[in-house]
Design a protein around this ligand. Structure first.
Ligand SMILES: Nc1nc2c(c(=O)[nH]1)N[C@H]1C(S)=C(S)[C@@H](COP(=O)(O)OP(=O)(O)OC[C@H]3O[C@@H](n4cnc5c(=O)[nH]c(N)nc54)[C@H](O)[C@@H]3O)O[C@H]1N2
Ligand SMILES: Nc1nc2c(c(=O)[nH]1)N[C@H]1C(S)=C(S)[C@@H](COP(=O)(O)OP(=O)(O)OC[C@H]3O[C@@H](n4cnc5c(=O)[nH]c(N)nc54)[C@H](O)[C@@H]3O)O[C@H]1N2
Ligand code: SF4
Ligand SMILES: [Mo]
Length: 671
């Protein structure tokens, strides 16, 4: 191909912003990739990470060919093989496993490497094949589940505000979210609001770069957000500012919940949260008298033992104030509940009826099960050795000699090192996909800009090849990517009206046809009764907390998003890794002094699960008792060959078995 053309695509990564991008292809090569100026949410900007996407796609360590392991598990020693050899070995091993142990011995472990509806998580890519084999189901609950369940118990849906409507807010609470790192496109709407006089508050145990930009910052003790929410509602009641009419029309259980709120005046919440009483009272008054008020809470709050309850309780705040009636009022957790696309994963293909579900957040436990063993772990778009809890135990599970592990990957991750067979995966500029953004209201199309390099294949193409080699015959296993896309958009939902594959391919994106202005809960909730159910007494109002410090580990560890990586994606990019500068641990001056530690020291961060090395940063960004680092480093590129998930318990949040990444206790000592 000669000449220059522009190809419309979309960022595939697990980020609320779902950017639309434009790839310039010159003489058959992708030479430029930038944010789509025409897209109302992207507005021409990507981020510090994805600005390097082309560099990443062309990186020297890309996996280009199928590989077979030749060294011991974990050694990362492979030989190149052909696709035919790889498919033969896969077919032979899968058939033997299914014969001896049944299809449920296969764990299709899909991650969030791409959120695509065709190639990735959102469309449950591969599920038809897994159903045809009778494989176990995989519950992809690692990221947002506790909060999703918590909000759904309240609203009947996890869906919230259109984040563009933050521009209309007059008070914005950025509650357990760090958008300037983890999805900055919402910020321009926050700034618009501020230009019109809005007050911006950040509520976070870490004084993040977002908190630096806010008008006010409340340093909350991790895991105590439900208490703060109750106290804010308490002040709203004190001020007589609750929306009685809204409460009567659209909720049930209010009298009991009101009684509960009355038990949490600011003084009580101050004890629990560590936020001074006057600050809670002042914010409560502001909330009582400012309409519309918006809360942006994303996933940080719910990576805790009581995460579901906390998000549910925060979700009650805009109900009590009646903010859901107003444009610019309400709460935003995710917009994915507003995207009416459901993949047809064909449960009728299951050979012997329903199968067990294995839980993403419980990989170590699943691999240790000897009674109903997992014999094949099939990893795609995931890097569990870098991203899941209790890394030492995950590593032991992956090292099992009797486990047949297939990894579909773009890069030689730590997880790849434990694979028996590695299948080379395409990147976004090389395959077709359909996307939504979980922080906005648009669909995006991703047209391939260049052919796959080497022998890389997309997720769908790989599964078509596997199905063919296994002799499976159902036609749905062989649908082309465009046929899959047609199917996804064919649901007949009014929000999809007029949105066709042809239109998306021509225009690159389309806004979902939801009413404008979008006021999802202005007149009731999508619950069976049409009303929001406040938590009932037996369910507990205050989020359950992890037992706190009198044991050997006295520091609460919080491990949020890194500015330079997207989960573990990009951690092998030399420039981004250089800027990230290796594992660091932020510690207050008091805690450092008590342990005789100084800034710049290499320290040992440890608990009963394991230990990691990090550079100590003495910082007033964390209060005494709290220490912080970031997720995403590749273990094998880090000192000691581990990352922070070596410290994280494999333990469930209160709802949906969500992970507890921000809820672990550690100690710190000289290395
Ligand atoms: N640059 C970058 N962007 C990303 C990602 C990345 O790795 N890097 N990851 C992407 C993914 S997968 C996701 S799910 C999102 C996640 O992005 P966010 O939803 O923002 O989640 P986190 O980064 O986990 O945490 C957000 C904030 O919550 C705070 N926090 C932790 N515990 C508590 C608590 O108990 N109470 C309160 N109030 N705050 C708390 C943390 O200190 C952090 O500042 O971002 C996406 N965007
Ligand atoms: N300590 C700590 N750990 C965390 C978190 C935290 O807050 N703290 N956050 C958690 C969260 S929110 C999430 S979402 C999880 C993410 O955990 P995972 O879902 O395991 O995601 P990643 O670690 O980013 O690994 C994704 C892999 O997919 C590959 N990939 C990307 N696109 C494709 C594709 O199209 N095809 C194939 N075959 N592969 C592809 C990438 O190269 C990458 O290696 O991590 C969790 N881990
Ligand atoms: S990671 Fe987020 S902000 Fe960056 S390009 Fe992708 S969608 Fe946009
Ligand atoms: Mo996530």
């Amino acid at each position: 191909m000669t000449g220059e053309l522009k190809v419309l695509g979309a960022c595939p990564l697990d980020c609320p912003d779902g950017c639309s991008w434009v790839v310039t292809v010159r003489d058959g090569r992708a030479v430029d990739l930038r944010g789509n100026r025409d897209h109302p949410y992207t507005r021409g900007a990507l981020c510090v990470k994805v600005n390097r996407y082309l560099e990443h796609a062309g990186a020297a360590d890309r996996i280009m060919y199928p590989l077979r392991r030749v060294g011991p598990k974990g050694s990362g020693r492979f030989e190149r093989i052909t696709w035919d050899e790889a498919l033969d070995e896969i077919a032979e091993r899968l058939t033997a496993i299914i014969d001896e142990f049944g299809g449920e011995a296969i764990w299709p472990y899909q991650g969030t490497g791409t959120l695509g509806y065709i190639q990735g998580e959102s469309g449950d890519a591969g599920r038809r094949l897994w159903n045809a084999l009778g494989a176990s189901r995989h519950d992809l609950n690692i990221c947002a589940r506790a909060g999703n369940v918590g909000l759904t118990r309240a609203y009947g849906s996890p869906g919230g505000m259109d984040t563009e409507d933050f521009a209309h807010s007059r008070l914005i609470l950025l509650w357990g979210t760090n958008p300037l790192t983890s999805g900055h496109h919402v910020w321009k709407f926050v700034q618009e609001a501020r230009a019109a006089g809005a007050h911006i508050v950040a509520i976070d145990p870490i004084r993040t770069r977002t908190a630096d930009q806010a008008d006010e910052y409340l340093a909350i003790r991790p895991g105590t957000d439900a208490a703060l929410a109750l106290a804010l509602m308490h002040v709203v009641l004190d001020e007589g500012a609750e929306d009685r009419d809204y409460l009567e029309r659209y909720t049930e259980g209010w009298p009991d919940f009101e009684r509960e709120i009355r038990k949490y005046p600011p003084a009580v919440a101050a004890e629990i949260t560590g936020i001074p009483e006057p600050e809670i009272r002042a914010l409560g008054r502001r909330l009582a008298h400012t309409r519309p008020a918006a809360i942006r809470t994303t996933m940080g709050v719910q990576r805790h033992r009581g995460g579901g309850t906390a998000v549910r309780t925060i979700g009650c705040v805009p109900v009590v104030t009646g903010d859901w009636r107003h444009r610019g009022g309400g709460l935003s957790y995710s917009t994915s509940g507003h995207v009416p696309i459901r993949a047809d994963d064909r449960p009728d293909l299951l050979p012997a009826g329903p199968v067990r579900t294995l839980t993403m957040t419980r990989l170590a436990e699943g691999l240790a099960d000897t009674e109903h063993p997992v014999k094949c772990l099939w990893v795609y778009a995931a890097n569990p050795l870098g991203s899941t809890s209790d890394q030492n135990r995950v590593r032991r599970g992956l090292a099992r000699e009797d486990l047949f592990t297939v990894v579909m990957e773009q890069f030689p991750t730590d997880t790849v090192d434990y694979a028996d067979i590695v299948l080379p995966a395409t990147m976004q500029i090389e395959h077709t996909d359909l996307h939504a953004g979980y922080g906005h209201m648009y669909l995006m199309w991703n047209e391939p800009a260049v052919p796959p390099p080497g022998e890389c294949a997309s997720t769908t193409e790989t599964f078509r090849r596997v199905a063919r080699r296994l002799g499976l015959t159902d036609p749905s296993l062989y649908e082309s990517d465009l046929e899959i896309a047609e199917g996804l958009l064919s649901g007949g939902h009014p929000a999809l009206e007029g949105i066709t594959v042809a239109r998306l391919r021509a225009e690159g994106w389309a806004r979902l046809n939801h009413p404008d202005p979008f006021l999802p809960y202005a007149a009731g909730f999508p619950t069976p009764s049409g009303r929001l159910a406040f938590p009932a007494a037996g369910e507990g109002y205050l989020a359950p907390r992890t037992a706190r410090p009198d044991g050997p580990y006295r520091l609460a560890l919080v491990t949020p998003a890194s500015h330079m990586f997207l989960n573990t994606v990009f951690a092998n990019n030399p420039e981004l890794a250089r800027r990230a500068g290796g594992p660091k641990i932020l510690v207050s001056e008091k805690d450092a002094a008590e342990r005789g530690l100084a800034g710049g020291d290499r320290v040992r961060v440890f608990n009963d699960n394991g230990e990691m090395a990090a550079e100590l940063v003495v910082s007033d960004r964390v209060p005494p008792g709290v220490v912080a680092t970031t997720k995403g480093n590749w273990p094998k590129l880090s000192p000691g060959g581990v990352n922070v998930n070596v410290l994280v318990d494999e333990r469930d949040a209160d709802m949906g078995r969500g992970a507890v990444y921000h809820d672990n206790l550690v100690e710190i000592a000289p290395w």
